[in-house]
Design a protein around this ligand. Structure first.
Ligand code: C2G
Length: 706
């Protein structure tokens, strides 16, 4: 059994390298030499791999004195390798258990064999189905086709061959260094087989802002780097027709797919033009002649070194491309109109665009800001975005979210007021002022404080970053939140430290008259006490993007038996929850208030709150009424999914309970619970609720709408 040297270059992948090494440890093919070359990580990666290496003597760790780049690190690994085969794995990727044995069993007398590469944003997608029947793809003539992703991942190659042809990665380029290894590799082989079943999982990284992978580097830098690589390789292989044709094809392809998209401003053109000119001058005549007419029109001014003409043509072509693309769907066409037509019309300086919880309801801080403005800032006009038509007070116009009118008014309104995110595709106008009210004091870690996002959207962090760059003001409910928001949103513009406008009603409406009015609106008995159950959502339990499942763990039957004489229960699911509750058998006891607009009114109508990790308890504490935490999945939620900012076990103002029975017991003895938690509750109130005084809307409006 021959030994494989697995070569792993590493730089700052502390979150991922454990998965990578575990996946190697578990390989069914175990004659391995695992060479990890640390390219001067500044996080804990090195400590982590050293720990793995202590427990597994197949692992050897080398650490470089200074950062030299991935090409250097891989070459270093090749030099140290003593196996009969080499295999390159990146420290943020991982393999199913069988991959290396499938490759090894099928290399036969050949120089190399290759598996397939799949992308994944989960580290648990380990299982691949493999029934023992291979489905090989053989490349003989057009073997450069295998180079389609320009990467050396998932090739198993004889070490002898690497040495014989002195195959090396480039050390003078930061990106696309694999090509320097792969081109001479392909030049010198006549046959290679790919085996689909030998899978390699390439991790889709979710933080291109604070912790980008190599391929997530700024797209202009990547383009520059690609062009340099192209120029160097063209010069090295100037005599080889096959490679030349391949390189030309790759370049034109890259130009169309990456460079054109990367160039978004005139400045970008200026940065890239000289590089482009150099590259285009090296293209073969035939390659240019074979390009499409549109492409040829763009290449010409580059060849003639006429940047002015190139800019002009690019502007026209880009608009044409965007329009063409926008015809693919109605939504895309609306984005096109927004970006190219509506935002060119004059801005309306007294128009305010409101949205709360993605158009799902009339609620939260935007509602209270709107109502205050209705009374005190009559000069302003308002447009609300909703999924469905609503009954709202005042003169506010309503538009359906994502309709043509929605885009039209977004473009024309000088002010945007929203408590969550607005579509990433919108460009913000220079004059636009965006008040982000956000929607809660954070308990669960937010955006850039989260390690990895185990949810339906792998682009979450990237999009969040783009969207939050547009905020001009951010509402903060307490000092604790201000600090977290600054870090977790990477936010450094103005923070409005006035408390939450949405909580004004908890001070102004905390009286019998208002409470009775709400209860009547809810159609619930006036003579019973009210329990409000308002849990949050779970990142890993999703149906699709933005749509999550929730399974009710409260035993309503028992609750009704034991509490039904004195209480009723309001069940309030989070706005992400898409499945509906079937509570028909508890009529008169349990009420589904998930679609009720404003949770603040539910707070007022209730006598006590049950929640879990939802930020609702921070707001509810303003009422100083009892809170119970039904945290049946605490360990999983805290330790795997999110992580918390508070020590939930000692800092929250109520008991953490794991079973429905315990919850019912606590409600039955609520007076004792109140006494027990009095001190913690007081401290909690002082820490989180002091800024709320019923005047947050007024202060916010006076600041933003001067
Ligand atoms: N909410 C609600 N009903 C629920 C849960 C939440 O109406 N059952 C509303 C509340 O106004 C709450 C807000 O949605 O404050 C945010 O809900 P969270 O459960 O805290 O979760 P999330 O939407 O992930 O926001 O900084 C706070 C956070 O980011 C949390």
């Amino acid at each position: 059994m021959d030994k494989i040297s697995v070569i792993i270059p590493m730089h700052n992948t502390e979150e991922f390298v454990g998965d990578c090494l575990s996946s190697l440890k578990n390989q069914t093919y175990d004659n391995l030499e695992i060479i990890i070359v640390d390219d001067k990580s500044t996080d804990n990666s090195l400590e982590i791999v050293q720990e793995y290496a202590e427990a597994d003597d197949r692992m050897i760790v080398y650490s470089l004195d200074e950062q030299k780049g991935v090409g250097y690190a891989r070459n270093y690994g090749i030099e140290k390798a003593t196996g009969a085969y080499v295999y390159f794995l990146d420290s943020d990727d991982f393999l199913p258990r069988e991959t290396l044995s499938i490759l090894m069993n099928n290399i036969g007398g050949n120089v190399a064999v290759r598996g397939s590469v799949r992308s994944s944003h989960l580290s648990s997608a380990f299982t691949v189905t493999f029934d023992g029947n291979f489905n090989p793809i053989t490349y003989t003539d057009n073997r450069y086709n295998l180079l389609h992703n320009l990467k050396a991942k998932n090739f198993l190659i004889k070490k002898e061959f690497v040495d014989e042809h002195n195959l090396k990665f480039s050390e003078s380029h930061m990106f696309y260094t694999d090509l320097f290894f792969l081109l001479p590799f392909f030049k010198n082989i006549t046959y290679i087989q790919r085996i689909k079943e030998a899978v390699y999982f390439q991790r889709l990284r979710n933080d291109p802002i604070l912790n980008p992978s190599l391929s997530q580097t700024d797209s202009i830098d990547l383009s520059k780097s690609f062009i340099k690589v192209f120029v160097d390789l063209k010069q090295t292989y100037s005599k080889d027709n096959g490679i030349n044709a391949f390189l030309d094809k790759r370049f034109l392809n890259y130009y169309r797919k990456e460079i054109l998209i990367a160039i978004s401003t005139k400045e970008d053109v200026e940065v890239l033009f000289e590089h482009l000119r150099q590259a285009v001058s090296l293209l073969g005549e035939k390659s240019v002649a074979n390009a499409s007419i549109i492409l040829r029109r763009e290449l010409k001014p580059i060849q003639k070194n006429n940047i002015k003409r190139y800019k002009k043509i690019m502007k026209r072509h880009n608009a044409f491309r965007e329009l063409k693309e926008s015809l693919g769907s109605r939504r895309r066409f609306y984005y096109f109109l927004y970006n190219h037509v509506f935002t060119k019309l004059p801005i309306k300086s007294k128009l305010v665009f409101f949205e709360s919880f993605l158009g799902k309801n009339y609620s939260d801080s935007p509602k209270y800001i709107y109502e205050y403005m209705n009374k005190h800032k009559k000069k302003y006009k308002a447009v609300w975005s909703f999924n469905e038509k609503k009954k709202i007070p005042g003169r506010g116009k309503q538009v359906e979210r994502f309709s043509l009118k929605y885009f039209y008014y977004l473009a024309r309104a000088k002010y945007w007021v929203s408590n969550s995110r607005l579509p990433v595709q919108l460009t913000k106008r220079k004059e636009n002022i965006y008040l982000q009210t956000w929607h809660g004091t954070p308990l669960k870690r937010l955006v850039f404080d989260m390690d990895d996002v185990y949810s339906a959207d792998p682009n979450y962090k990237k999009n969040f970053y783009i969207q939050s760059r547009r905020w001009d003001y951010l509402s903060s409910p307490n000092e604790y939140s201000s600090n977290i928001f600054q870090r977790a949103f990477v936010y450094n513009k103005e923070m409005l430290e006035f408390g939450y406008p949405r909580n004004d009603i908890l001070y102004k409406g905390n009286n019998n008259k208002e409470i009775k009015k709400i209860k009547k609106k809810l159609n619930i008995p006036l003579n019973k006490k009210v329990v409000l159950y308002a849990p949050t959502w779970r990142d890993d339990d999703y149906i699709a993007r933005g749509k999550y499942n929730f399974s009710l763990k409260l035993n309503l039957e028992k609750m009704q038996q034991r509490l039904g004489d004195d209480y009723i229960v309001l069940l309030r699911m989070h706005y992400f929850i898409a499945n509906s509750l079937d509570i028909s058998q508890y009529e008169g006891f349990a009420y589904d208030v998930s679609t009720y607009d404003d949770i603040a009114e539910l707070y007022l109508a209730s006598d006590l709150l049950i929640t879990d990790y939802s930020s609702v308890f921070f707001d509810y504490a303003n009422l100083k009424r009892p809170i119970i935490f039904f945290t049946y999945d605490l360990e999983k939620y805290r330790d795997t999914l999110r992580g918390f900012y508070l020590d939930i076990e000692s800092e929250v103002p109520g008991p953490l309970l794991k079973t429905s029975d315990e919850v019912i017991d606590a409600i039955e003895t609520i007076e004792t619970v109140k006494e027990e938690y009095e001190e913690i509750y007081d401290a909690f109130y002082k820490r989180f609720c002091l800024w709320d005084d019923g005047k947050a809307s007024e202060k916010t409006v006076n600041k933003v709408f001067k």
